[in-house]
Design a binder for this molecule. Structure first.
Ligand code: NAG
Ligand code: NAG
Ligand code: NAG
Ligand code: NAG
Ligand code: NAG
Ligand code: NAG
Ligand code: NAG
Ligand code: NAG
Ligand code: NAG
Length: 814
């Protein structure tokens, strides 16, 4: 049955049974950013848990139980001497079926009778505590939280410690807001979907297109959110404390919002197992196995006909059995499609229910809470399945200290939100991510030599656009106008807005450029063009922006600097080849302090070192293949080119990993002790065939299935990075592996490691890499086995003119 019919039936039935279903949905959240923090008013002592009008810092507070006329000692779930499993079992065991079912939605009702308060599961922390979700709210005592750059820019820093530090700052603010009764402890971040197609509207929320890099980002971000310093290495994962709980979303093969007749709610992603293993699931695997994330969220789309949220195989077999997820699985929110998915949960086969623990949705979408009880009564769902879901949920809440609090965080409060350090970190994150795309002897500018700067373009005075989506209320904004205006005298003329529908306001901007010593143009995209439920149809700047930039550049007296704000790639070939445009900077959506970071780069206080986490294709790329085609490899039958730097062999504007500096780096030859590896294969059964280029005779054992191998070999090498220029700078060395040339259908290269390093002018730094040979050299062959191919692999460091490489010969001995 089509989803529409299911929805229709459900709505009618629901209206009969639950009169309140006709109630309208709660309003969606919109942020009203304030320019500066209001002074905090003296407040009554707030607290996360309110009971009879009094505030408590934890569930298991004897005074709170007294307030409820209960005696805490009667409740084993509050006995701290017992293991969490025992406490959770006691808690769940006390509930009636009606009470259990009432806890299965993101707004869990609580059970006053047994001392369990309500809990709102939905909070978000993609790049700062967000307004999205019912768990978090701003206003009165908490006017704002630090708004870091959107992930695509922070990712561009390729700096693992930055990723973790930012998440630590976010979780500290989250915990402080929780203490003040303004946030939950469960955050549905990060978004780790692979940007498979450059048109996707949510690229800004992600770390980019490379599954390996996304995985490394996920580990650092999740650990930054979750890890309690002293217990980060704790072996018993089921009781490992959580600073806050993170969530890797949305599994899987999601990245289409709206494209012609397709939309994410009904999109059926036709995906090969090879692409699932190699690309779509890899960040999730790493996020669970190495990040120990405490939650994952399924996506709206179907995967090969099965809704992701009803895919038992994926949820139970992959996440629970194979990855060993230690946490809960939540549905995506607020969609007709969720109903349709969840209808499966209530449908003919109860197996469809296995996996999902929490239903995000409200009003008529709150299926679990409204229908769960009758589903059990009708024998469609076992009550033990509901117990299991509740156990997964309350284990996580126990670990966050919802019941007992975590002493180290009890005193966090207003002073820990929007403080100087966090605002500086937001600026630093943007500085580290900003990518220099072109510099024809133009940057950095010397402010002392500039009497007047023309500051023009849609984003010249950007505020809200700098914080993208899943945003909170920022502490404040430092717009480009604010920051650049502190360095030089500026003549600000916007010229046109992001949509740039016509040329009526161009003239003052052109006049300004004619007059000024230098012209700085801030242009690009915004949520008007790329957002959730909004894919792009092309990769060009919107409306007349290109004309605007060309006209301003043509009229400029002085050098022209173009700054692009965007999440996804933009085809700005026109600017790359325009000799009047001396420099181009990409600044993602740089967060609340973005203007400051941009000024620091333009005036040379910071030497840019970001690298593009996405391929910047030329616009004709999108005419060559539909957004609905999921394959990463080229599809010769339809003439579709490949996707991402791994499989697209055509000409691009800027490749993945591209980014310039104000100085010049060079590598000196690699030192390695690993030039060959000989693996003893115990039995030929572990060998797998591989596809080869024509005329190549396969060796007796073409490749080794790594599932059957210990994989302890390491490849160790050192590279010396020399800053041959005159300015101190940062450099990221990207390390790729290339499969043996005779192997067909493999990636052209794949990222296997990266390191960012500071190198003073005229000095060198040594980078020491150790990579696991299986992880670095393995390929996913066409039937989705992960294999270690025999032959001569290549390790390549760098992708610019400075690259160095060395071969690693792999022999498989039977
Ligand atoms: C409890 O905290 C809330 C804010 O979360 C506040 O509005 C309320 O006044 C506080 N109540 C008491 C009695 O302190
Ligand atoms: C810049 O933007 C801010 C916030 O939107 C606004 O208050 C201010 O007036 C703008 N400045 C100019 C010169 O337009
Ligand atoms: C030109 O664009 C501006 C906003 O960018 C809009 O307000 C105005 O109505 C447009 N004028 C015409 C003639 O379309
Ligand atoms: C770089 O600047 C030189 C000198 O102004 C100019 O001849 C050349 O065309 C410029 N190149 C680009 C790609 O803008
Ligand atoms: C690029 O890939 C396409 C599609 O597989 C192929 O037809 C073409 O020969 C390749 N071009 C080069 C230069 O390798
Ligand atoms: C960079 O290093 C290579 C060898 O690794 C060397 O041939 C080349 O001359 C160096 N270039 C500069 C500018 O130092
Ligand atoms: C490589 O090894 C040689 C000899 O051991 C040593 O002098 C040199 O510093 C090493 N270079 C790097 C980049 O480690
Ligand atoms: C990486 O980020 C951290 C945290 O901001 C910073 O201290 C460090 O200097 C950065 N490293 C490099 C090489 O940029
Ligand atoms: C590089 O790392 C390897 C393995 O961790 C270690 O044996 C070696 O001493 C390191 N070299 C340097 C120069 O730090």
């Amino acid at each position: 049955m089509a989803p529409f019919h299911l929805f229709f039936l459900l709505s009618c039935a629901a209206a009969l049974i639950f009169p309140s279903f006709s109630r309208s949905l709660e309003p969606s959240f919109t942020s009203k950013p304030s320019r500066s923090l209001a002074a905090a008013p003296p407040s009554p002592k707030p607290g996360p848990i309110q009971t009879n009008g009094k505030n408590f810092s934890k569930v298991c507070d004897p005074a709170r139980f007294k307030e409820l006329n209960l005696v805490i000692d009667d409740f084993a779930y509050c006995d701290k001497s017992l293991p969490y499993e025992v406490r959770v079992k006691d808690l769940v065991g006390r509930m009636t079926l009606t009470e259990k079912v009432a806890q299965l939605g993101d707004k869990a009702d609580g059970v006053q009778r047994i001392g369990l308060p309500k809990y709102y599961w939905w909070s978000e922390a993609l790049h700062g505590i967000a307004t999205t979700g019912f768990g978090t709210h701003f206003g009165d005592i908490v006017p704002g939280a630090t708004s870091f750059p959107t992930p695509i820019l922070t990712a561009a820093s390729f700096n693992e410690s930055l990723w973790k530090t930012v998440a630590q700052a976010i979780s500290t603010e989250g915990r402080a807001m929780y203490n003040l009764g303004h946030s939950g402890l469960t955050f549905w971040s990060p978004n780790i979907n692979v940007v498979r197609d450059p048109r996707w509207g949510r690229a800004l929320e992600t770390p980019g297109e490379d599954p390996f890099m996304i995985g490394v980002y996920a580990i650092n971000f999740v650990r930054g959110l979750q890890d309690v310093e002293q217990t980060a290495a704790q072996q018993d994962l089921t009781s490992r404390p959580l600073k806050v709980s993170g969530c890797c979303k949305h599994f899987a093969a999601y990245d289409l919002e709206k494209w012609f007749f397709e939309d994410r709610h009904k999109f059926d992603a036709r995906v090969t197992e090879q692409d699932m293993v190699e690309t779509f699931m890899r960040p999730f695997e790493v996020c669970v196995k190495e990040g120990d994330v405490s939650s994952v969220m399924c996506s709206f789309n179907k995967i090969n006909g099965i809704p992701a949220c009803a895919d038992t195989n994926l949820m139970t077999r992959t996440f629970r059995d194979e990855y060993k997820l230690n946490g809960y699985i939540v549905s995506d929110c607020d969609s007709l499609d969720v109903i349709y998915h969840v209808m499966n949960w209530l449908g003919d086969t109860q197996e469809d229910a296995i996996g999902l623990d929490l239903n995000c949705g409200w009003g008529q979408y709150n299926i679990y809470q409204h229908w769960g009880e009758s589903a059990v009564a009708q024998g469609k769902v076992r009550e033990t399945d509901i117990d299991r879901a509740l156990t997964n949920l309350y284990m996580v809440l126990m670990r966050t200290g919802f019941f007992d609090n975590i002493p180290a965080y009890e005193n966090l409060g207003l002073a820990d939100i929007c403080n100087k350090e966090n605002i500086e970190l937001a600026t630093e994150a943007a500085r580290q991510g900003i990518v220099l795309l072109k510099n024809n002897n133009t940057l950095p500018l010397d402010p002392k030599k500039i009497k007047l700067a023309a500051l023009v373009g849609p984003h010249a005075n950007a505020t809200a656009p700098m914080i993208g989506n899943y945003n909170g209320i920022p502490c404040r904004y430092t717009s480009p106008l604010d920051a650049i205006g502190k360095d030089v005298k500026v003549d600000y003329q916007q010229g046109c807005d992001v949509l740039c529908m016509n040329e009526t306001a161009f003239a003052p901007a052109i006049a300004s450029a004619k007059n000024a010593d230098v012209t700085i143009i801030l242009a690009g995209l915004s949520l008007d063009v790329e957002a959730e439920e909004r894919d792009r149809m092309d990769l060009l700047l919107p409306g007349d922006q290109t004309d605007f930039i060309n006209q301003v550049a043509a009229a400029s007296k002085g050098p022209v600097v173009l700054v692009i704000l965007s999440g996804g790639a933009v085809d700005i070939t026109f600017a790359e080849i325009n000799p009047k445009i001396g420099a181009i900077i990409w600044a993602g959506y740089p967060g609340e302090e973005g203007g400051q970071a941009i000024a620091d780069v333009i005036f040379g206080r910071y030497n840019p070192a970001g690298k593009l986490p996405l391929t910047w294709y030329k616009n004709d790329y999108v005419d060559a293949l539909p957004m609905t085609s999921m394959q990463l490899r080229p599809v010769d039958e339809f003439g579709y080119p490949g996707r991402t730097y791994k499989f697209f062999n055509g000409t691009v504007l800027y490749p993945f990993g591209y980014g310039l500096s104000y100085t010049v780096f060079n590598y000196s030859a690699i030192n390695t002790t690993t030039s060959s590896l000989t693996l003893e294969v115990n039995t030929a059964e572990f060998c797998k065939p591989l596809s080869y280029m024509t005329k190549f005779t396969a060796p007796p054992c073409p490749s080794l299935n790594i599932a059957d191998y210990k994989c302890s070999e390491e490849i160790n090498f050192e590279v010396e990075v020399t800053n041959t220029g005159n300015m101190d700078g940062y450099h990221t060395a990207l390390v790729y592996s290339k499969p043996p040339p005779e192997v067909a259908n493999g990636p052209m290269k794949q990222l296997v490691a990266f390191q960012r390093v500071f190198v003073p002018a005229k000095q060198s730094a040594k980078l020491n890499f150790t990579v696991n040979a299986c992880k670095a050299l393995a390929l996913v062959e066409k039937t989705a086995y992960i294999v270690f191919p025999a032959g001569k692999h290549t390790i390549v460091v760098g992708d610019g003119p400075e690259l160095v490489s060395f071969p690693v010969e792999v022999k498989l001995q039977i």
